[in-house]
Ligand binder design. Sequence first.
Ligand SMILES: [Zn+2]
Ligand SMILES: [Zn+2]
Length: 441
Amino acid sequence: MSSLATQIPEIAEKIKDDEFMANVKEEVAATIERFSSRIQEVVQHLFTHPELAFEEYIAHDTICDFFEKLGFTVKRQAYGVQTAFEVLTGEGGRLVSINAEYDALPLVGHACGHHLIACAGMSAFLSLHFALKKANVKGRVQLLGTPAEESGGGKAALLKGGAYEGVDAALMTHPATQSMVDPNPAVTGLGAINFLATFRITVEFFGRPSHASQSPWEAINANDAAVAAQVNIGLLRQQIRPVDRIHGCMLEGPRAANVIGEYTKLTYMARSPTKKTVTALGKRLTACFQGAALATGCEVKITPETCYDDLVHTKALLERYTQIANAVPGQLVLPINDESGPGSTDFGNVSYAVPGIHAFFVIDAPAGTGPHQHGFAAAAGTQDSFERALTAGSFLALTAMDLLVDDVFFATVKDEWETNEKIVENKGASQESADLAIAGH
Ligand SMILES: [Zn+2]
Ligand SMILES: [Zn+2]
């Protein structure tokens, strides 16, 4: 340390910080290198055994076995979710949650690359475990295995089960195509995109069957109810904003022309930029089904499904994440792409519970190929993508370390998140969307 630094406390403090983070970076890099081939075995196993929402038994067991073999205590089937798990490390201080997804898609396998999310999460957690020990600082890290992102909402179930209680911030990173992130090929990642909030219902119409020719007047036509509902929705679409979406389909219906159908079942979703706006849109969508029931004389049962919230962004967190990533040669990570989207994620629900970051890293998928396509699955299985996921994991590790040790940074993040108008609006209204769907029974 220079003599000038010892004379000026702030400079001394800064140099101390720089030394501390340099040591942490070294430890993170060393850990990733040391465990890289063992992590790859796990990730490859996940990739070649794609499993659907809430059925990720192989992924669950493979990751849990990996950590148990290293001596960690693993909570299997965590928080009431069969294919979720939790590993903890560290002592005292704040608690940062690293989220690892691992579910796949029907027919296209790991075409969203969630095995790479698990890869980044595992490497971040292990790095933090050794870095915290070496630096001898207070702070805890949770690796949370979060199944069923593609459907079902594993994180919503985990929130309900208490998995995020006591968590101060949550982090994850997701693979992406170049075009999702930025057309400039020099850009290697993003801190965030805007996800849409979702509202989801299953609707059943109950009528009465009858001979379609001999006594049609005896029937209560459940097929007509489904048709009327879809006409209502079609008309409603004219009066919604361009950013809003309504989509769905019939799951079960009549099978004969000469029997008036007594039962139909439909699934529908609405999407909108925020939890507040999707709640309002969900009310209008629900009314389309209620109106159809009234018009046809059918009984209607409306069952609410798990809703995904939009993502609450925290600028201070995004800025720090990008600073960390951009310190690495060859990386150009932007804080946010406002125009990318519009998908949805159950991490949105987490971001309403604690400050969070859902970052993206580019993988080398062929131009014109996007997530949920065969080409993306193939690209997500390469050595190059695995290495990019490890790098993205190191960004999560260093961001988490800053959240644990930098009090001023954490206070800024927390304050910004708490005063975000979405969080303020949401207070006391967290169950509103579920309640209104139940009210539609
Ligand atoms: Zn996906
Ligand atoms: Zn995904």
